[in-house]
Design a protein around this ligand. Structure first.
Ligand code: WTA
Length: 632
């Protein structure tokens, strides 16, 4: 593929070209793919409504670019090495030829169930090859996948199914997670009690739990595809047809369905994959994310397969059977590019170097970070001990909404600086704005990170509610896409991400809206009112601190009360969102007009005891004193 930038000078030249003549630049990249029909209009856009269209008039099927076009030359190349949770269980490798066959069989199976182009399919699966096959099978026939991370609760699952009006759920009986097995099918059954749109549930047998199958509705994955034909015509998709929906949290309301479309997402994920990781033909790439998050979508499934890469798909967790598992896998498969989250690095750092130095990591060429700011200590540890001082750390900043990596070094080409994501990729035009929406030209000043020009894999809409997309991303600063992040640019023009400036908290690289967690807490029979804020956490980046006003506080044991509140969050969202600290309070600090003063609560959660800035609008200052007195 001719997409790779090979020097820093070339990056600078390409960047310049991509700004001066964006359409010509992206045409050059898009031309390296297989199109069923070439596009007529490269870009049409405005950021008010917003309305962004890339490669209009063109048609394609992304899976032909992920599979078919590699088969002739590279059919026997391994697409995925699947590494099971249990290191003693057999691993599996699947070639491009085999993946093609499996995808076609599954695509035919979906068709046999009446799935048509545009229908939504929910995928609630562990990290298995069957999950990857299901994703690509949807794309093969133009069905829109909506993957729900398998750690979400049945309530969260049913919300997402209902919002997308999905027709089918693809799931498994359960999943392996370290020493534990987790039941999934029962969660699906509970979720479906409130979902009318689902016609069938396809169940992959992962843990042999013999889960209950509902006659007529539930179908066994392998039985279903067993006799299906091994070829399936790829459905012709317009560039702007929906490829997938992925739900993500924001400041307000329930998670929203971020929509990505076929043409632009294809072009950008492949381009960014090859350049950021400087991926070459025979390299082995490993992204440790879960397919339920955007990182898994773009850099386990789409990006690597579009580029014909060999990747690792890991079912388990970094700490099982011991804290050397990541490094054991790197050695086993001679991994060349390794991509993980700062939270994993921070937790493994604490385990000492013996579990690292046991393994041969000499094949590593590039090591990456994603999902949250990486602190300097973790960056240095990663660079010194995993990269052995020889591998560039690519600190990749991006979002579910951006579809692909936006700010990052490109392998070993770019200069790097700890805690700085670095420079924009070609085609990306970031700006920092002040509170009034003026562009900050000076360096070293913090501002709101916005993007002023479209890029191919940007969010097109929020599913079923275009106004929400407009209000959340395009209204704060007219004419810009607003990221929700604060950032600084240094004298060298490198960007440093400070963190979210809205009510989104980032826990171990996972996004949650504080309102979403409060809603879950408030479903508890004892909860009267709650306020949730983030606070600095050594391993998770941010921890969740909940202040809750409860009834019957005197009659109930505080530990029992906390447990019960945590259970409400586990049920409402999932265990991944459970608060680290819950403080039972008698009242929340409010302004005279009744607004909760979160700023004060954030400070208290950070350990501040006296200095709360301007508190003149506070209705009852005593409330603050009381909270401080009993804070953790
Ligand atoms: C944060 C994950 C600092 C940021 C791909 C963003 C980061 C949010 C970085 C998106 C990074 C992601 N440095 N912060 N390298 N990467 N973030 O949608 O706050 O799950 O807005 O996408 O994660 O999270 P999301």
């Amino acid at each position: 593929m001719a997409l790779r930038i090979k020097s820093y000078e070339q990056y600078q030249i390409d960047y310049q070209k991509s700004i001066e003549n964006p359409t010509q630049f992206w045409e050059g990249i898009a031309n390296t793919f297989t199109w069923k029909k070439k596009w007529e209009n490269t870009l049409d856009w405005e950021f008010t409504t917003p309305d962004v269209k890339w490669f209009e008039g063109g048609s394609l099927n992304i899976t032909e670019n992920m599979l078919d076009r590699h088969l002739k030359k590279n059919g026997d190349k391994v697409a995925f090495h699947w590494e099971p949770n249990d290191p003693c269980a057999p691993n599996k490798s699947i070639t491009y030829n085999e993946l093609y066959t499996e995808v076609c069989k599954m695509a035919n199976a979906l068709k046999s169930l009446g799935v048509e182009k545009g229908d939504r399919i929910c995928i609630y699966m562990p990290m298995t090859l069957e999950a990857v096959v299901s994703i690509i099978a949807c794309a093969r026939i133009g069905a829109v996948h909506s993957i729900v991370f398998a750690g979400f609760s049945s309530n969260a699952l049913s919300d997402r199914i209902n919002d997308a009006k999905a027709k089918i759920v693809i799931t498994s009986d359960g999943l392996n997670r370290g020493a534990k097995q987790v039941e999934l099918k029962g969660m699906v059954d509970t979720a479906l009690e409130t979902c009318k749109s689902i016609e069938h549930v396809i169940v992959f047998n992962c843990i042999d739990s013999g889960s209950n199958m509902q006659e007529g509705r539930d179908l066994n994955y392998h039985a279903l595809i067993a006799d299906m034909p091994e070829h399936c015509e790829a459905t012709e998709m317009q560039s702007e047809d929906l490829l997938f929906i992925l739900y993500t949290s924001g400041s307000t309301g329930k998670p929203k369905g971020v929509v990505h479309t076929c043409g632009g997402y294809m072009v950008y994920t492949s381009y960014s994959f090859e350049n950021v990781f400087q991926h070459e033909g025979s390299d082995v790439f490993w992204c440790t994310a879960d397919i339920g998050w955007i990182t898994g979508h773009s850099y386990i499934v789409y990006g690597p397969l579009l580029s014909g890469a060999t990747s690792i798909l890991f079912e388990g967790v970094p700490t099982y059977p011991d804290c050397g598992r990541f490094w054991a896998i790197c050695e086993k498969y001679k991994v060349n590019q390794f991509y993980t989250a700062p939270t994993a690095i921070r937790s493994l750092m604490g385990e000492g170097l013996d579990v690292v130095n046991k393994y041969d990591l000499s094949n590593l060429k590039v090591i990456g970070s994603v999902g949250e700011p990486i602190n300097e200590e973790a960056w240095q540890w990663y660079f010194d001990n995993i990269g052995k001082g020889n591998c560039p750390v690519v600190d990749t900043w991006w979002q579910t909404e951006t579809g692909g990596i936006m700010l990052s070094g490109l392998g070993d080409l770019s200069p790097m600086k700890p805690t700085h994501a670095g420079y924009p990729l070609p085609g990306i035009q970031p700006v920092l704005l002040d509170g009034d929406g003026n562009i900050i030209e000076e360096n070293e000043q913090e501002g709101y990170l916005c993007i002023r020009f479209p890029w191919p894999s940007m969010i097109r809409t929020t599913y079923g509610d275009h106004d929400r997309c407009k209000n959340v991303y395009f209204s704060n600063y007219k004419g810009y896409y607003f990221t929700g992040d604060g950032a600084k640019r240094d004298v060298d023009g490198m960007y440093r991400i400070i963190g979210r400036v809205d009510d989104v908290i980032n826990v171990s690289g996972h996004r949650f809206g504080t309102a979403e967690i409060e809603d879950a807490i408030n479903t508890n029979e004892h909860a009267i009112e709650s306020a949730v804020v983030g606070y600095p956490h050594d391993i998770k980046g941010q921890g969740i601190y909940a202040y809750v006003v409860v009834n019957a506080a005197n009659e109930t044991d505080p530990e029992e009360m906390r447990k019960s509140l945590i259970e409400s969050v586990s049920q409402g969202i999932g265990k991944i969102a459970k608060p680290d600290k819950i403080q039972i309070v008698t009242g929340l600090p409010k302004t005279r007009s009744g607004k909760i003063m979160r700023r004060i609560l954030r400070k208290i959660a950070e350990g501040e005891k006296t200095n709360f800035g301007d508190t003149s609008t506070l209705l009852d200052p005593e409330v603050v004193e009381l909270i401080v007195k009993e804070s953790f």
